[in-house]
Design a protein around this ligand. Structure first.
Ligand code: LLP
Length: 463
């Protein structure tokens, strides 16, 4: 069980929970395989390694802070998701979690599809050779230019998010002499985070078209009348960092009810439903995510059962995991700069990065773990708060963590499970340079996104 509901997602930016921590772990040197990328371990000298390379060597070669991504783990997770869902379903990796040309190549090679949500992500995907028909284009306010590029490139589907967009995409496709495959994103009145979900009649948020009040049914009516688009299915995404499939169950029930209504009204059985992403990962040892196979089985059973009850053919299912694929595969390596014990409170450990490379703690009150990785230590545990170098008191990377009391400037510490929504949400705050992403595999390390330089900053600043 997670220690607390783990708020994530834009709706929760204002929800901060009280700080809390459990007892220190019995051995601070253990790297819990639940939260660390698959090939991470310690060598005989106690130095942590990934893909067979010591973090001390990585720090020397690539500097800190830096994200190190376990390519073998990433590829294995892609295969696990693809195998779990099988031939009768589609897995779209959500590029917003982390996207780069190397990632696109791996996805392509491992047989996954890709969900993009901006022109920038679309360009990265196409540039790196993802076939357009394996790309889904998302977003609640796609520009006309983005729509034209997506339709022109021949993306496999555009997920329509508003009444205006139904018309815009249909007209654009018609003008370009094509028929665009689309899904309509509906809001089903379910919001899920971690173990909890809330089902309400109405959802107060910007995404999708509400089922409530017959709005989604009206959107379908309009979409079916337009020649430029082919409506292939209904899309629903219910939240982030979800461990429990009960929210999906309610969502599937409501989506299938809409499919039945569409059949009754229009004589059409839409062939696809997309249940979105949001599947959770372990950020700390207290989190227990489910395996892709269990999730696929549960979702398949839910949809089949709902369709049988509504006497509908079971549609093809798709899902869009982002965090669950890339999240656990990377860690951020930092060098300790200063250490300030605050008597009776905790010890502040400042590292050479911070909220510019991981905004999730400040934004969502997210929980992370941390470990001393350049050596082992038998010192007693000390309650620490890992903070960054930014001019902001909320610049916290790990709110409550135990680190050995002999921690010293120059030690390397690492925060696991930073593969998702860390580099992709990184900023230049205080003109701090965004760290590189280094892929490590079988004893080889290579930069896949280079470190930002001060020249990069000056190049954008045209004076
Ligand atoms: N599909 C759709 C339509 C989405 O909106 C999202 C995430 C996903 C898939 C992928 O969700 P995932 O499996 O990665 O949880 N920045 C926040 C998360 C925002 C997610 C937005 N949409 C965070 O750092 O937790």
């Amino acid at each position: 069980m997670s220690r607390s509901a783990h708020p994530a997602g834009p709706r929760h930016a204002d929800v901060l929970t009280e700080g809390h921590y459990t007892a220190p772990p019995t051995d601070l040197n253990v790297l819990d395989e639940k939260v660390w990328a698959k090939t991470v371990t310690r060598n005989d000298e106690g130095v942590a390694t990934v893909g067979g390379i010591e973090v001390t060597r990585l720090a020397e070669e690539f500097g800190t802070p830096a994200y190190f991504l376990d390519e073998a783990d990433f590829r294995a997770r892609c295969r696990a998701w693809a195998d779990a869902f099988g031939k009768d379903a589609d897995v779209f990796y959500a590029g917003k979690a982390f996207l780069s040309r190397a990632v696109v190549k791996w996805l392509h090679e491992e047989g996954l599809n890709l969900d993009v949500c901006s022109g920038g992500e679309l360009t990265t995907a196409l540039e790196a050779g993802m076939p357009a028909d394996r790309i889904a284009f998302h977003g609640n306010n796609k520009s006309q230019e983005e729509i034209e590029r997506a339709v022109g490139a021949g993306v496999g589907r555009i997920v329509l998010d508003s009444f205006q967009e139904i018309v815009r995409v249909a007209h654009t496709a018609q003008r370009l002499g094509t028929r665009q495959r689309v899904q309509i994103r509906v809001t089903v009145g379910v919001e899920a985070h971690t173990h909890e979900f809330i089902a309400t009649a109405h959802e107060d948020q910007k995404f999708g078209i509400p089922l409530a009040g017959g709005q989604a049914a009206e959107a379908v009516r309009r979409a079916l009348r337009l020649d430029g688009i082919e409506l292939i299915g209904i899309h629903s995404h219910i939240g982030s960092q979800i461990f429990d499939t009960s929210g999906f169950e309610v969502a599937a029930h409501r989506v299938v009810r809409l499919l039945a209504q569409i059949r009754d009204e229009h004589g059409v059985e839409l062939p696809e439903i997309d249940l979105g992403g949001g599947l959770g990962i372990a950020y700390t040892s207290d989190d227990d995510p489910r395996e892709p196979h269990d999730i696929a089985k549960a979702l398949g059973e839910i949809v089949t059962r709902e369709c049988e009850a509504a006497k509908l053919r079971t549609p093809r299912i798709s899902v869009e995991p982002g965090r669950a694929i890339v999240g656990p595969t990377a860690f951020t390596l930092y060098e300790v700069g200063t250490i300030k014990p605050l008597d009776g409170l905790r010890t502040y450990v400042s590292v050479d990065g911070g909220m510019s490379d991981n905004i999730r703690t400040a934004l969502y009150d997210a929980e992370y773990s941390v470990a001393l990785v350049s050596r082992t230590s038998d010192a007693a545990p000390m309650l620490a708060r890992v903070v960054g170098k930014h001019c902001e008191s909320g610049d916290i990377v790990v709110k409550d963590a135990f680190l050995p009391a002999d921690l010293a400037p120059g030690d390397l510490i690492a925060v696991p499970a930073t593969g998702a929504y860390c580099r992709s949400m990184a900023s230049n705050y205080n003109h701090v340079l965004r760290p590189p992403v280094v892929a490590v595999r079988d004893g080889e390390a290579r930069v896949i996104v280079r470190r930002e330089t001060e020249e990069d900053l000056l190049r954008l600043d045209v004076g």
